[in-house]
Design a protein around this ligand. Structure first.
Ligand SMILES: Nc1ncnc2c1ncn2[C@@H]1O[C@H](COP(=O)(O)OP(=O)(O)OP(=O)(O)O)[C@@H](O)[C@H]1O
Length: 338
């Protein structure tokens, strides 16, 4: 069974200048125990998608979808409160700058105790439960790669490194045994070695506990080594999705090609040196293909909005795909979402 099945998700916001569509017809299907990358430039709508899945968007956002299922349950049939409760049990989300999500005035141990679900089945007498809960927390911290749990439990967030704070956030996230963990740029402020530690930890959680991970990132490189599949977003829309290695080696969409080129080049060069210009604002979207004004392959047909095409377990949204024989591009008919 699919863990996550979203078709044509649209996320809109009312502004003084009218309603803007920040996410447009976003679709994704994720399996149990899958690690999925969600990649795109800053402002492409990745975080909004993550928050919409968790039911964390404030009421001012209008969220609609043709299909929005999690573990076979229709999230759109639930009230906002039911949905928050359901996703609070089935899912968890971690963010960049983890220290800002920890309470600066409470010790880490107290915060972990709060995050740990109450389990009447502990089977201990009342006076022993406190010790049992502390032991459980120590166990969770160990699983999150934290060996000196006593020091960490007695510390405040500001006394710990960002890497350690992220491991604590992961420990809190897995305390509830979620089926899906959404990691929103979890390592963007960290050094290379800490990044690797965090990815290894997330991969371990995936392998040992079969937790699915939706990993949100600005770079395709981050997704390259440890995601099974990747979904690429540009300007609120999915432009390509498919198995990560195939997408990196043979991207169909010119935007994915640009992201893949950055893996080989100096990342400090940034997107500007790969594609000219910048991503348009939501208030000034171009007609037709949203990449059009920046795309080296743009031609007359691109003033029409490209539809999603499906080929070989992948999908893309482009009139002039790369690495695809013309006969395949023409034959790419509608099929499954990936
Ligand atoms: N509270 C808000 N009010 C108005 N616009 C917003 C708000 N939050 C997000 N947006 C807009 O929605 C779009 C998508 O934002 P989102 O944060 O999802 O992008 P992102 O791809 O996650 O970027 P980043 O990598 O920088 O987090 C952007 O154009 C952003 O400016």
């Amino acid at each position: 069974m699919n863990l996550l099945d979203i078709r044509n998700l649209t996320i809109e916001l009312d502004t003084p200048k009218g309603r803007i569509k920040a996410v447009d017809r976003f679709s994704i299907v994720m399996q149990d125990a899958e690690i999925r990358g969600l990649v795109g430039e800053s402002g492409s709508g990745k975080s909004l998608v993550g928050r919409a899945i968790m039911g964390l968007l404030p009421d001012k956002w209008h969220v609609k979808a043709d299909r929005f299922f999690f573990g076979g349950e229709d999230l759109q049939q639930m009230s906002a409160e039911e949905r928050r409760l359901f996703m609070g049990q089935e899912g968890a989300m971690i963010f960049q700058q983890p220290s800002t999500y920890l309470d600066p005035s409470a010790k880490i141990g107290e915060q972990l105790l709060e995050a740990l679900p109450l389990q009447p089945s502990f089977g201990f007498a009342f006076w022993k439960r406190h010790t049992a809960r502390h032991e459980k927390i120590a166990g969770i911290l160990h699983k999150a790669g934290i060996r000196d749990h006593k020091r960490v439990m007695n510390a405040y967030a500001h006394e710990l490194s960002e890497g350690l704070c992220q491991k604590i956030m992961i420990a809190m996230a897995i305390a509830n045994e979620p089926r899906l963990l959404i990691a929103d740029e979890p390592t963007s402020t960290m050094e290379a070695i800490t990044k690797i530690q965090i990815y290894k930890l997330l991969a371990k959680m995936n392998q040992l506990r079969k937790i699915s991970v939706l990993h949100i990132s600005n770079e395709l490189e981050t997704a390259a080594n440890w995601t099974d599949r990747v979904t690429v977003m540009y300007c609120g829309q999915v432009v390509e999705a498919g198995p990560t290695q195939q997408i990196i080696k043979q991207p169909f969409h010119p935007y994915t090609y640009a992201l893949a080129s950055m893996i080989k080049k100096d990342p400090e060069m940034g997107m500007l040196n790969v594609l000219p210009g910048t991503m348009p604002t939501l208030q000034h979207l171009p007609t037709g293909c949203r990449l059009g004004p920046r795309c080296p392959r743009a031609h007359k047909a691109c003033i029409e909005t490209p539809r999603t095409r499906y080929v070989r377990h992948r999908n893309y949204r482009c009139h002039t795909p790369l690495n695809l024989e013309e006969k395949h591009a023409n034959a790419a008919a509608s099929g499954q979402t990936h």
